[in-house]
Design a protein around this ligand. Structure first.
Ligand code: SF4
Length: 680
C-alpha cells in the first residue's frame, strides 16, 4: 500500500467544506487539511474541521456489535446481532403491526444510507414511521417554503453573499455554527454589503453589524408583519414582481394593515423607529439576501415564521436573482440530503407526498412490492406513542435524541419502554447506552456515498480508511437486516447502485452521477434534463407551483412565557467548538479545552439581583427538569434571557426545554422556555 491523499467533505455542519485526508502506507490517518479551490470553503476549515481525526480515531470507536445483558453490554457477532434484531422485529410486527415499528435516520449519514433507511421502513417494515433530526431544526422550512415557493431549500448559493447589497441574518449565528461561511459574511461586509442581524443575543456578527435588531425571543412574526406594513404603506414593495409572479397580495396587505411598528413595540421590544429603518433598508436594497436558522424555526409558530420571511422576500421581489433569496442555514452536514431522501414521515425521496396514491404506486412498482399506505409518526410522535404503549421497536442510527430532543426525562422514559432499541453509532452516546443492540458504524472517512450541503450541492465522498473492527456502512447492515426479514429489496452491490436507484426515482437528482459530481466539484439540485449542470439559483423565471403564494400569518405568543415561578426565559444555542450532541467533536482534546462542559450565559443585571458571581455554580429549573452548571456573566444576553448550549451531557439543557409543538410540523419549541435560576 502507498500513502495517499483522499478528497472528502467535513462531517460536521451544513457548509460541507472540502477536506483532504492524508493516509500513510499502513492505512493510518496522518493528517487533515483543507481542500484548496473548494467551491464552498476555498481552502479554509474551522477548528471543528481541523479536528476531524479525533472523531474517527479507532481508539474512540465501537468496533463490534454489542448486546445489552442486564446493565452492561457484551460483544456479539454480526450474525447474532442481526438474528436478534430480526426476530424481535418479526414478533412486534406480528403482534402489533407496522405502526409499532420505526426508523430514525441520520443527517450525519450519506444520502445512500438515508435512502436505504426510508426504503427499509416503507418497503420492508411497511411503515411511514421514519424521521430524522430535521424534525427539530428545519422541518418548518420544508413545510413553509414548499407552500409559498414550491421548494423547501436554500433558494440561492452561498457565493451570492458576495453579489448582494444587503445580508439580513435572522435567528442564526453562523460564526458559531457555520464558521467558514460566517467568516465569508464578515468578508462580504468588508467588501461593501450592508449587514443587518436580527437576534435576541449579541452574537459575534451582531457586534459588527450595521444594524442589530435585538428582538424578544419568539416575536419574529410581529416584527416581520410590521416591516411589511411599513413597506406596503411607503409603497416600497415591488409591484411588478408581485403582479407577475405572486398571488394573494390583497389578503396579505389587509392582514398587516393594522400592524403598525408602534403596535408591536411592546411584543418585540424593538422601537418603531428601528422597525422602519430595517424595513427601508431591506426593501430598498437592489438585492437583499435573507439567511436564517433555528431562531426562526424552533417555535410553535416555526412554519408561520418561515412563511413570514417568504412574504417579505416576495413582496420586495428579492427572489430568483443573484444576491437575493431565502436561505435556511442547515445544521448538520447532510440534513438537506436526509430530507431530500424522504426520511420524513410525510414524503418519499424528492418530497413526493407519502399520502399520494400515485407516489405509492410509483415506488411500489420500482421497489417490486407493496409499500406503507398509512400515515407515519414524527420522531417526537414515536416518543409519545411509545409512552402510550402503541410503539414498540425503534431502529436509530447516527442520532442522540437523549441529548438533542426536548424534555430529556420524557425521552429517556420512552426509550426504556421499547421492546427493541437498536442504535448504530461510531462511539458510545447517551442514547446508545439505552440500546438493546448497538451496531458499530463506519464513519464518513470509511465509506463511499454523497452528502448534500445547505446550498443543495451534492458532493461525492470515497473511503480513505478501513472501518475499525467489524464496523460497517449503514446501508450495508440495513441490506443484511432486510435479508433476515425475508426481503431482497435492498440488494445493492455498491454505493453507486444505491445512488443510481435513488436518482432514477428523485426528479431533482435525476441528472446526477458520481462521475458528473466529481467532474463538477459537486452539483446543485435540481439537476435534470432541464438543468444538466445543476441550479445555483432557484425560481429565476418560475416557481414549481406556478405563482408564488403570499400567505397571511399571525403573531402568536410563545408557549411558555416567564412568570413569577419561572421568571427568566432560557434559549438554547450552539458553540463554535462543538457540533450537535458533541459525540464527535468532544473527542478532540483541542476543542474540549476551549469551553467547560456546560455553561449558563446570564446578563450582569440578572446575576447581580440573583447574587450570582462569575463562574459560580448555579441551579436551573424548568417545569420539566433541573440541572446544575456554572454561570458566565455577559452582556451578550439581555436582561430576562439566559442561554445555554445543548452539546454537553453533563449539563443537558434539553432536560429543561419545552415539548410544545408547531401544529403543522410538530417542531418542538426548543428555542425558548421559562426557567428559574439560583446560586448553589
Ligand atoms: Fe466547514 Fe462546517 Fe466543517 Fe467548519 S464544521 S470545517 S464550517 S463544514
Amino acid at each position: 500500500m502507498t500513502s495517499s491523499i483522499v478528497k472528502t467533505v467535513c462531517p460536521f455542519c451544513g457548509v460541507g467544506c472540502g477536506i483532504n485526508l492524508k493516509v500513510d502506507e499502513k492505512g493510518m490517518l496522518t493528517g487533515v487539511e483543507p481542500l484548496p479551490n473548494h467551491p464552498m470553503s476555498h481552502g479554509k476549515l474551522c477548528e471543528k474541521g481541523w479536528s476531524t481525526a479525533y472523531a474517527i480515531n479507532p481508539d474512540n470507536r465501537i468496533t463490534e456489535p454489542l448486546k445489552r445483558i442486564k446493565d452492561h453490554f457484551e460483544p456479539i457477532t454480526w450474525d447474532e446481532a442481526l438474528d436478534t434484531i430480526s426476530s424481535s422485529l418479526k414478533d412486534v410486527l406480528e403482534e402489533s403491526g407496522p405502526a409499532a415499528v420505526g426508523v430514525i435516520s441520520s443527517a450525519r449519514a450519506t444520502n445512500e444510507d438515508n435512502y436505504a433507511a426510508q426504503k427499509l421502513a416503507r418497503a420492508v417494515l411497511r411503515t411511514n414511521n421514519v424521521d430524522h433530526c430535521a424534525r427539530i431544526c428545519h422541518s418548518p422550512t420544508v413545510a413553509g417554503l414548499k407552500q409559498t415557493l414550491g421548494s423547501g431549500a436554500m433558494t440561492n448559493s452561498a457565493k451570492d453573499i458576495f453579489a448582494t447589497d444587503l445580508i439580513l441574518v435572522i435567528g442564526a449565528d453562523p460564526t458559531e455554527n457555520h464558521s467558514v461561511f460566517g467568516g465569508q459574511i464578515f468578508e462580504a461586509q468588508q467588501k461593501g454589503a450592508k449587514l443587518i442581524v436580527i437576534d435576541p443575543r449579541v452574537t459575534r456578527l451582531a457586534k459588527v453589524a450595521d444594524m442589530h435588531v435585538q428582538l424578544r425571543p419568539g416575536s419574529n412574526i410581529a416584527l416581520l408583519n410590521a416591516m411589511l406594513h411599513v413597506i406596503i404603506k411607503e409603497n416600497w414593495h415591488n409591484r411588478d414582481f408581485i403582479s407577475q409572479r405572486c398571488e394573494g397580495f390583497d389578503e396579505l396587505a389587509k392582514n398587516v394593515e393594522d400592524v403598525t411598528p408602534e403596535s408591536v413595540e411592546r411584543s418585540t421590544c424593538v422601537s418603531a423607529e428601528q422597525i422602519r429603518q430595517v424595513a427601508k433598508a431591506y426593501s430598498q436594497a437592489k438585492s437583499a439576501m435573507i439567511l436564517y436558522g433555528m431562531g426562526i424555526t424552533q417555535f410553535v409558530s416555526g412554519t408561520q415564521s418561515v412563511i413570514g420571511l417568504s412574504n417579505l422576500a416576495l413582496a420586495c421581489g428579492h427572489i430568483g436573482r443573484p444576491g437575493t433569496g431565502i436561505n435556511p442555514l442547515r445544521g448538520q452536514n447532510n440534513v438537506q440530503g436526509a430530507c431530500d431522501m424522504g426520511c420524513l414521515p410525510n414524503v418519499y425521496p424528492g418530497y413526493q407526498g407519502a399520502d399520494s396514491t400515485d407516489t405509492q404506486a410509483k415506488f411500489s412498482q420500482a421497489w417490486e412490492g407493496d409499500v406503507a399506505d398509512q400515515p407515519g409518526l414524527t420522531s417526537l410522535g414515536m416518543t409519545k406513542a411509545t409512552l402510550a404503549g402503541d410503539f414498540r421497536a425503534l431502529i436509530l442510527f447516527g442520532e442522540d435524541p437523549v441529548v438533542t430532543d426536548p424534555d430529556q426525562n420524557h425521552v429517556r422514559a420512552a426509550l426504556k419502554e421499547l421492546d427493541l432499541l437498536v442504535v448504530a453509532e461510531l462511539s458510545m452516546t447517551e442514547t446508545a447506552k439505552m440500546a438493546d443492540i448497538i451496531l458499530p458504524a463506519a464513519s464518513f472517512a470509511e465509506k463511499e456515498g454523497t452528502f448534500t450541503n445547505c446550498e443543495r450541492r451534492v458532493q461525492h465522498i470515497t473511503p480513505a480508511l478501513s472501518p475499525p473492527g467489524s464496523a460497517m456502512g449503514d446501508w450495508q447492515w440495513m441490506k443484511a437486516l432486510a435479508e433476515r426479514l425475508g426481503s431482497n429489496q435492498l440488494s445493492w452491490l455498491n454505493s453507486e447502485e444505491v445512488f443510481n436507484e435513488m436518482t432514477s426515482l428523485t426528479p431533482s437528482y435525476q441528472g446526477m452521477s458520481y462521475e458528473a459530481i466529481d467532474r463538477e466539484q459537486g452539483l446543485q439540485w435540481p439537476c435534470n434534463q432541464d438543468a444538466p449542470e445543476g441550479t445555483d439559483i432557484l425560481h429565476r423565471n418560475s416557481f414549481p407551483i406556478g405563482k408564488a403564494k403570499l400567505i397571511p400569518v399571525h403573531y402568536t405568543e410563545i408557549d411558555e412565557p416567564a412568570d413569577d415561578q419561572y421568571p427568566l426565559l432560557l434559549t438554547t444555542n450552539r458553540l463554535h467548538f462543538h457540533y450537535g450532541c458533541g459525540s464527535m467533536t468532544r473527542k478532540s482534546p483541542l476543542l474540549e479545552r476551549e469551553i467547560p462542559p456546560g455553561v449558563l450565559f446570564i446578563n450582569p443585571d440578572d446575576a447581580r439581583s440573583l447574587k450570582i458571581t462569575r463562574y459560580a455554580p448555579v441551579g436551573v429549573r424548568s417545569r420539566r427538569g433541573y440541572i446544575e452548571t456554572r454561570a458566565m456573566i455577559t452582556d451578550d444576553v439581555p436582561p430576562g434571557l439566559v442561554s445555554m448550549p445543548y452539546h454537553f451531557k453533563e449539563a443537558p439543557s434539553n432536560q429543561l426545554t419545552n415539548t410544545a409543538q408547531d401544529p403543522i410540523t410538530k417542531m418542538p419549541e426548543l428555542k425558548v422556555c421559562a426557567v428559574a435560576v439560583f446560586p448553589l
